[in-house]
Every structure is written in C-alpha cells, then in structure tokens.
Ligand binder design. Structure first.
Ligand SMILES: [Zn+2]
Ligand SMILES: [Zn+2]
Length: 227
C-alpha cells in the first residue's frame, strides 16, 4: 500500500484524513474576516463589508479563497475526478459554518440542494462535483439533500471566460424548480463560486417560493460581478 501523502506538500499524513494535510489546509484557509456578500477581506469581523451592507446580498460561505492554494484542488475534483480532497475540504467548510453560526451571521439550513448539471454534461463527465460535495455535507451534517427539485433545462455555455452581462444572459431561465420544497431555509451547494451568477439564479427561483437560501462552496474567487 502506498503511504498516505499530502497532494500539496507530499509529506506523509499520519492522521486518518486523506488528500491534504492539516498544515497545508491551515495555510490556505481564511485568516482574516471576509464579507459574506462579495468575499472581500475586511479589517473587522462582520457579516458584510460597507458596500454590501447597503443592499440585500446572498450569503456565500466558502472554505477558502480560490487563489490561496486549495482552489487548484477544487478544480481537480471536476477535471481529474480527484475525489480524495472532498472530505477534508468539506470538513474545513463545516468548521467555517459552525464559526459563522456561533457569530450569529448565518442560520443552519434545513436542507441542501446541489447546483445541477445539464443531463448532457452529466453524461459526458459522469458525475456532478457539486452533488458529490453536497452529499458529503448532507451525511456529515445530517441534513437532507434534496435531489430532483431543480433542473438545468438549458445546456448553457461554460461560464468561465464570459463577462458579467454575458454570464447572466447565458443563464437566463437556465434553471427550473420542478418540485415543492417544504423547508424554509436551504443551502445551495457548488464547488466554486466566482461571480455568483449561477447560484443567485437558483436563489431567485427559491425566493419566489419564500425560501431563504444561502450558498456553500469549497472555494470562492472574489469578483466584483456579484454586486
Ligand atoms: Zn501538506
Ligand atoms: Zn462585500
């Protein structure tokens, strides 16, 4: 059997975790307060930065910044089926969730929804990384994962490389709610949140049903496009 080594620093991992060691994890997670609206770093611990406080913002909770080292490994889940990092990164996200609940910044949701892939893309890739992450969160937090409540009806272009306006256009009516949701608070799970266009389209659908949504992701790339 191969020794259990960290994918980032190649040191042997002695605990029972796999993928990434505690030292590398700790070096890559947030060390300063970040705005739950836009992801910007802040000097003081608060829910939102001054700019986001002025308007209603979807709360995005991430385990780390996309550009601080772990983002690459989140990408590897999708592109290389590197599932070994999921559990350890989900644990890091759960730590952050508990911290934010303790601060009174968020409330735990009653259910989880994964950002769906279009069936065609799902067949091509063979898995939906957002669903794999959501499933792990659901097990660890003992929250129901609501499958088949939201579908992706349009096979949109990849969001990467599109400008803010084009991203929104690309996603217009991309999702549809196809079943009733009895819960009032849900978390939408995605692997990476960049501009937040995808998740805010889903949260709009949910808010029409008076469902309060927050967003959970493994890594967040802060982008002004969220505003
Ligand atoms: Zn390491
Ligand atoms: Zn902000």
């Amino acid at each position: 059997m191969l020794p259990n080594r960290c994918l980032m620093c190649h040191q042997q991992i002695l605990s029972n975790q796999t993928g990434i060691c505690t030292v590398c994890l700790n070096a890559s997670i947030y060390h300063v307060p970040v705005c739950l609206g836009c992801g910007k770093e802040m000097l003081l611990l608060a829910e939102y930065c001054g700019r986001c406080q002025q308007s209603c913002h979807l709360k995005v909770i991430a385990a780390c910044r996309y550009h601080d080292g772990l983002g690459h490994w989140v990408g590897q889940i999708k592109y290389q089926a590197q599932f070994a990092v999921i559990e350890v990164m989900v644990d890091t996200l759960i730590c952050r969730l508990h911290f934010l609940v303790k601060q009174g910044f968020i409330k735990m949701p009653q259910a989880i929804i994964a950002v769906p892939l279009h069936p065609k893309r799902l067949r091509k890739r063979g898995f939906n990384q957002a669903w794999l992450i959501a499933k792990t969160l659901s097990k660890k937090l003992q929250l129901p994962l609501l499958d088949d409540v939201i579908i992706r009806q349009a096979n949109t272009l990849s969001q990467a490389g599109l400008s803010g306006t084009l991203r929104r256009k690309n996603l217009l009516n991309a999702f549809a709610l196809i079943a009733d949701i009895s819960q009032q608070r849900v978390a939408i799970v995605d692997d990476v949140v960049t501009t937040g266009t995808t998740v805010s389209e889903i949260s709009k659908l949910l808010s029409k049903q008076y469902i309060d949504a927050q967003v959970w992701c493994l890594a967040r790339a802060e982008a002004p496009g969220l505003n």
